[in-house]
Write a protein that binds this ligand. Structure first.
Ligand code: C2E
Ligand code: CA
Ligand code: CA
Length: 447
């Protein structure tokens, strides 16, 4: 039997190897589960809640790569010592993964208190670490959950803390998230959407709609952006802002994107030759080296000229693995596909990226366009972007133009292309054909 001290007392880390992490001497996952099991039994008669948490070091792997494995182990040891020193005599910390630690706070009774404790741990871990004559810094993310009732067991409690940790990681480094009921609801809804989407993709039920992109001065249509639309029989219409991130996260984006590109190119094939089709690629597709080949295979099959295709990517897509992204982008450009940088001016914009990558086009985010009339900074930013694009030989499209006055101002600043509700909403293949017929008839009459 392991050396188990009663709950509410210091855990002597004992000598039982099966319950001890050899590197740090802290308890391991088994010991942690064991302690939580026992506390749940203890609390059967006593309604007081308690808290568990999982702490994950942010960016530990690069540190390991940079300083070497031994230095990495040494840092983990320092982390363990700091965590252990910060526990009061009721609480326990264990090492439950390579760079993951779990803690148990029997005397923490509220979500607020758990949050405070976790913040303190992050603070303690943020001080520099000695690695030989150098120093390293680390941050950590924490997910917590609270035990409220006997219906809960150790597994569900820990899994809730893991869900909270996942949310913490997603919102950036150094964050604490305490599990809430809404998270469970959100997770359930995501799973429902995922399942419905898998079925819809297999049945070919997601459709591209097309939004016109115009030459701002002449107002003539120069191309269309394909935007995914999906209506599920039970869920109703689901926005791409909801289902595209789910598709990315759950590994459905590849097949979804192939379905959409193949439908979109079959439609665009029937448009006048001078019009381009613009198609969005997700960040995760720029990490997958098959993406380029898959796109080319679809173009071949549908007989769509690659020189009429534009791919829209965001800076997020370039960041996670720039080398892989660069290779895919170069493959595509090699066959004449043009590449546009989407949503420029939001998120992690870096001008350095514009030096490293060559883009054919830049799309100014709607956020700037919508405030161009009211706010001087937006106006200055747009003018600076336009000057930069001219210098770098890139085309520009301003997104989200809804008002005539915005379009007029953009023309005045020398912006070439525009897109937005003012010129047309995204519509299906048939309506787009109708739009083109009207547009070309008007052009013929003007001649
Ligand atoms: P995005 O690529 O920035 O697309 C532009 C979004 O702005 C579209 O939203 C479009 O309907 C909307 N929009 C266009 N003009 C206006 C306007 O004047 N005012 C306002 N308020 N909005 C306007 P949508 O269709 O909901 O798509 C949202 C996002 O979902 C897209 O943002 C894109 O990131 C993603 N997405 C859509 N379709 C696809 C797809 O086929 N593949 C991938 N990977 N992502 C897609
Ligand atoms: Ca786009
Ligand atoms: Ca955009």
């Amino acid at each position: 039997m392991p050396n188990l001290s009663g709950t509410g007392q210091i855990a002597s880390e004992g000598t039982d190897l099966a319950f001890t992490d050899p590197l740090t001497g802290l308890g391991n996952l088994r010991r942690f589960f064991d302690k939580v099991d026992r506390l749940i039994v203890d609390r059967a008669e006593d309604p007081a809640p308690f808290a568990v948490g999982i702490l994950d070091l942010d960016g530990f792997k690069p540190i390991n790569d940079l300083f070497g494995r031994r230095a990495g182990d040494n840092i983990l040891l320092q982390v363990a010592m700091r965590l252990k020193a910060s526990m009061d005599h009721h609480s326990t910390v264990a090492r439950v993964g390579a760079d993951e630690f779990a803690f148990l706070y029997p005397m923490v009774f509220s979500e607020d208190a758990a949050h405070q404790r976790a913040l303190m741990l992050i603070e303690i871990l943020s001080a520099p670490y000695d690695v030989g004559d150098r120093t390293a810094r680390l941050s950590a993310s924490v997910g917590c959950s609270l035990f409220y009732s006997g219906e809960e067991n150790t597994e569900t409690l820990v899994s809730k803390a893991e869900t909270a940790l996942y949310h913490a990681k997603r919102s950036g480094r150094g964050k604490v998230v305490v599990y809430t009921r809404e998270m469970e609801e959100a997770a359930k809804r995501m799973t429902r959407i995922e399942q419905a989407l898998r079925r819809a993709v297999a049945a070919g039920e997601v459709e591209p709609h097309f939004q016109p992109i115009v030459d701002l001065k002449s107002r003539q249509v120069i191309g269309f952006e394909a935007l995914a639309r999906w209506t599920d029989p039970d869920l109703g219409p689901v926005s791409p802002a909801v289902f595209i991130p789910i598709a990315e996260e759950r590994g459905i984006i590849g097949p979804l994107s192939q379905l959409l590109l193949s439908k979109a190119t079959q439609t665009a094939r029937n448009w006048p030759d001078e019009l381009f089709l613009s198609f969005n690629l997700s960040p995760s597709q720029l990490v997958d080296q098959n993406t380029g080949q898959q796109i080319l295979a679809i173009l071949e099959r549908t007989g769509f000229d690659p020189r009429r295709l534009e791919i829209e990517i965001t800076e997020t897509g370039l960041m996670s693995d720039p080398q892989s992204a660069e290779k895919i982008v170069n493959d595509l450009r090699g066959v004449g596909i043009r590449v546009a940088l989407d949503d420029f001016g939001t998120g992690q914009s870096s001008l350095g990226r514009l030096r490293e990558f060559h883009f054919d086009k830049l799309k100014i985010d709607r956020a700037f366009v919508s405030s161009i009339l009211e706010d001087r900074p937006s106006e200055h930013i747009i003018r600076a972007i336009l000057a930069m694009c001219e210098g770098l030989g890139m085309d520009v499209v301003a997104e989200g133009i809804e008002e005539e006055a915005q379009a007029a101002r953009l023309v005045q600043f020398g912006c070439g292309g525009g897109q937005g509700y003012l010129f047309g909403r995204p519509s299906d293949a048939d309506a787009t054909m109708g739009y083109l017929r009207d547009a070309y008839r008007a052009m013929a009459m003007a001649d």
